[in-house]
Design a protein around this ligand. Structure first.
Ligand SMILES: [Zn+2]
Length: 248
């Protein structure tokens, strides 16, 4: 089987002298690993574009016994040069990529997560340098794209609007806001100010292009971090430590 596909290179490794393996995020096939024989020296077939955070158009085919995928050729579509020239931005992009690799991406959500990842890299490449919230917002958006649609606007039981709830909480397991009266007696409930709930609703309704203009005060950022972190941990089974993300 041979196919041509777009792909964002997440990671590249070398084996033997000139051969490489490449991990790619694709719009229709999830995350793939393919072998590029002669990848580190064939400029004719790979144009020197086999590097992490390069968007490429590639041709691949399965080996005869279908045991592995072989990269035949690739062309560079975008290398995000301004992002790569800026260390803080590069660090944030690398964090998003690490999260994606730990996350088990299904083929059905492949397109949405691919589009979100490209939009995040484009937004970072074209501004966004004065904010450090990108990895956090990216994780939240990946969780939203993966079929989890938390309700940040009203109490899950009585339906009271967030604007009318004094001291609202966010119930992690339910993925919804609760007033103090309807708050479940068990499960993790985190403080959820109206500002934080408005921000998370905004993230759900918009994309990375719109996030560039956001200014988030530190209290809302910490609350948002706590909610997204616990939500991703509970629903996606991923926990962050100093080395990256790992599955629980
Ligand atoms: Zn209620």
């Amino acid at each position: 089987m041979e196919f041509t596909e777009h792909g964002l290179i997440l990671k590249v490794g070398r084996f033997r002298e000139y051969d490489q393996w490449v991990r790619l995020l694709t719009p229709t096939r999830g995350i793939l690993t393919a072998f590029a024989f002669g990848g580190s020296r064939s400029r004719r077939r790979f144009c020197g574009c086999l590097d992490a955070l390069n968007l490429v158009l590639f041709k691949a085919r399965s080996s005869r016994n279908m045991a592995y995928l072989q990269l035949e050729e690739s062309t560079l579509l975008s290398g995000y040069p301004r992002l790569k020239a800026n260390l803080p931005k590069l660090g944030m992009a690398a964090n998003c990529i690490k999260f994606l690799q730990a996350f088990q991406l299904g083929v059905d959500t492949s397109r949405a997560v691919y589009d979100l990842t490209l939009a995040t890299l484009e937004a970072l490449d074209d501004g966004g340098e004065d904010q450090d919230f990108w990895p956090l917002f990216f994780r939240a958006a990946v969780a939203f794209e993966s079929g989890f649609a938390p309700d940040f606007k009203s109490c899950h039981l009585c339906g009271k609007n967030i604007e009318q709830i004094p001291s609202p909480v966010f119930c992690v397991e339910r993925g919804s806001v609760s007033c103090q009266v309807c708050r479940p007696s068990t499960g993790l409930a985190l403080p959820a100010s109206r500002g934080t709930m408005r921000l998370l609703s905004h993230l759900q309704a918009t994309g990375p292009r719109e996030w560039r203009s956001l200014r988030v005060v530190s209290e809302i950022r910490s609350e948002c971090y706590e909610i997204v972190d616990k939500y991703v941990q509970y629903h996606l089974g991923l926990r962050q430590n100093e080395r990256g993300f790992h599955r629980e």
